[in-house]
Design a protein around this ligand. Sequence first.
Ligand SMILES: Nc1nc2c(c(=O)[nH]1)N[C@H]1C(S)=C(S)[C@@H](COP(=O)(O)OP(=O)(O)OC[C@H]3O[C@@H](n4cnc5c(=O)[nH]c(N)nc54)[C@H](O)[C@@H]3O)O[C@H]1N2
Ligand SMILES: Nc1nc2c(c(=O)[nH]1)N[C@H]1C(S)=C(S)[C@@H](COP(=O)(O)OP(=O)(O)OC[C@H]3O[C@@H](n4cnc5c(=O)[nH]c(N)nc54)[C@H](O)[C@@H]3O)O[C@H]1N2
Ligand SMILES: [Mo]
Length: 757
Amino acid sequence: MAIKRKVPGVRNYDGPAGGWGALKATATAVREQMDTLKAPLTLMRTNQPDGFDCPGCAWPDKEHKSTFQFCENGAKAVTWEATNKRVPPEFFAKHPVSTLLKRTDFELEDLGRLTHPMVYDRATDTYQPVEWEAAFARIGEILRGLQPNQVEFYTSGRASNEAAYLWQLFARNFGTNNFPDCSNMCHEPTSVGLPRSIGMGKGSVSLDDFELCELVISIGHNPGTNHPRMMGTLHEISRRKVPIMVMNPLRERALERFADPQDMIEMATYGSTRIASTYLQVKAGGDAAAIKGVMKSLLEMEESVGQVLDYDFIEKHTNGFEALKADLLATEWPDIEFASGLLKADMEKVAAAYAKSNATIVTYGMGITQHNEGTANVRLICDLLMLRGNIGKPGAGICPLRGHSNVQGNRTVGITEKPSSEFLGKIEEVLGFKPPVEHGHDSVQAMQAMIAGESKALLCLGGNFVVALPDPGQCFPAMGKLDLTVHIGTKLNRTHLLVSKETYLFPCLGRTELDVQNGERQSITVEDSMSMVHASAGKLMPASEFLRSEPAIVAGMATATLPDSKVPWMELSQNYDKIRDLIEKTIPGFENYNERIRVPGGFRMPLPATERIWMTPSGKAEFFVFPGLHEDKEVDGDDVLRLITLRSHDQYNTTIYALDDRYRGVFGRRDVLFMNPADLQSRGLAHGDLVDIETVVSGRKLRYEKITAIEYKISAGSVGAYYPEANTLVPLDYIDKDSGTPSYKSVPVRVTRSELN
Ligand SMILES: Nc1nc2c(c(=O)[nH]1)N[C@H]1C(S)=C(S)[C@@H](COP(=O)(O)OP(=O)(O)OC[C@H]3O[C@@H](n4cnc5c(=O)[nH]c(N)nc54)[C@H](O)[C@@H]3O)O[C@H]1N2
Ligand SMILES: Nc1nc2c(c(=O)[nH]1)N[C@H]1C(S)=C(S)[C@@H](COP(=O)(O)OP(=O)(O)OC[C@H]3O[C@@H](n4cnc5c(=O)[nH]c(N)nc54)[C@H](O)[C@@H]3O)O[C@H]1N2
Ligand SMILES: [Mo]
């Protein structure tokens, strides 16, 4: 065998995930961002009853009153926000925007926290300080000169329930339902698919269910990096000898082996625990076929041995079983094997374990949703669970792993471009204005309207909108055409630098910081992945005395924009209890809101499907038939590969903390393409060769040149590169038709040797 060439920054990582490496990485994050005296105390307050909710992920905590849980990536998220570094006006005065644009995403955010409200000055090409009230007044003046549907109100899911509720009130009082939201790029297929199947748009399991489950099927998520506190749960489950079956094109180390830093013996002995009992490297985009294969195999077992399906549940609680059965029987095994990249025996193995388990949980993430059949994928998971009555039973259910720490809460409190008539009716009744009925834009539609010149203003409550979207070649220039952009953020990013005719940059308080309004310490509330709503209150001194809270900034803009509004904006922003009272009056499930968040752990939102109440039009859970196996088969020629864009271990979405991806063995760089050895070989390529990638489904020429191909344990036919860099290859209109979510995880591409190799 040929000796594998040495590639700079690429080497094997042999250890387990977690362990001493995780402790060391935490120490580095603390050292580089904070002073070492302040950091331990800050980290200890994460997810404590009187502390703040970790901005890292939406995985719940046991009753939110647990002892301190160590989590490397949670620590990175906290120290990144609580950093000592600052970007004051003097810095902006010296650095024109055009020069800042040359810096990397990592360099921009690493400058530190924003300290002053700023406005872009075209004459000097710099951001200049501005008074808050003057900025609000000018924004109000511009907005009043526009049609309401020419304005886009973006949210990133870190905003609290209180900020998000005021935001949607502002937009609706102004007159639009244009709510592009990070979830449109994330779990929208969950929000669309689950209600159609089980009558609610949220997961059905709680942490207690993980204690009772007998099998976990984990599809398309990477918890070692993205939901690290979930690793404690998986670790426990594995030790109980519960099988964990993984479907993922990449071998992710944390899903193979994990050393729990909370486990003293494991740490002291350099031990580790296996996580996956079975690891199936499905093809990117092959999950629909794989799930159909497992279901077909269940039907075959029912035929041969019986007692496999829960007919009682199927009869009492569902519609459409016969149609699903007919479709599965008509689907041929060779086609399933081809589309999934798995063997029939693999899928039979999953089916056999599933048939044996009395309580099964399916967990899933972006590997399921970010496809042009994302909604179908979600619904097929429901089908699988429903076949054995695994919804609304202890220890069983569906568990979407949400992204941002409050993305689920934002949706609950009204961030949606398609509001229900009940909600709009309540707003009118309680707030005394008539909100618009016409549906608004989601993220892709908002960008398309900006490109077409139809939308004239973009207001962002957090996030890095344009960098998170596909196809920067098309999206970046659209920013410059706008009349107005307003950003509420904590740190500088590229979207802030893509200035329009008038651009404002507002620094806000983060989760970790003390929020005092009218002399009273305020708390905000968030909803985690398992629908628990609880309070969060920061304690650190704000990064600058000029910061304002998100609700205060929204209220300031709303007051200046809507002088005749009946909403008492200022009063609301000075006492968040009053915002919560309004939420309670307009949205079901928030009864006694203020009272219940004062109980440690908070409360759970109503989840009818957990009680086998199906809020679908038919009153039953609906089986779904996915015709066929593959997302648009016709593009899959011989040499076409499916590109997955993914997160490294050292990043939070578009925020890059550092350039390593420890568990995948990549250090100090991000310009690599993960490839299967067979795919390298069939193209005459070797580990370390420079390649060019070209998208094959776009009317536009989308290319990523001179990226280093590296051999990796990834399924044949699939390749992987880091997000956001690889967004240059993702078409803006290659989306899941049902949910509008871009196919970030299955872009058809061709890979060839770089010409100047
Ligand atoms: N530290 C950290 N935490 C985070 C984030 C972060 O960036 N950093 N982001 C937050 C956000 S907003 C989100 S949405 C979540 C994201 O959390 P995840 O859902 O874990 O997201 P990704 O890292 O994009 O990758 C998902 C996994 O899907 C697999 N995959 C890709 N394509 C397919 C496919 O076709 N089929 C299957 N079965 N698997 C596939 C990839 O190999 C990868 O392991 O995490 C949240 N938490
Ligand atoms: N190719 C590709 N693209 C993707 C994805 C992918 O997997 N592949 N994933 C998609 C997903 S799942 C998501 S969720 C989106 C993410 O899209 P976004 O949510 O828009 O992006 P983030 O990178 O999370 O936003 C980072 C910025 O948020 C601001 N910020 C941080 N904390 C706060 C705060 O407390 N308040 C306020 N106001 N601002 C704050 C900072 O200024 C920071 O620069 O990206 C999507 N894009
Ligand atoms: Mo996300």
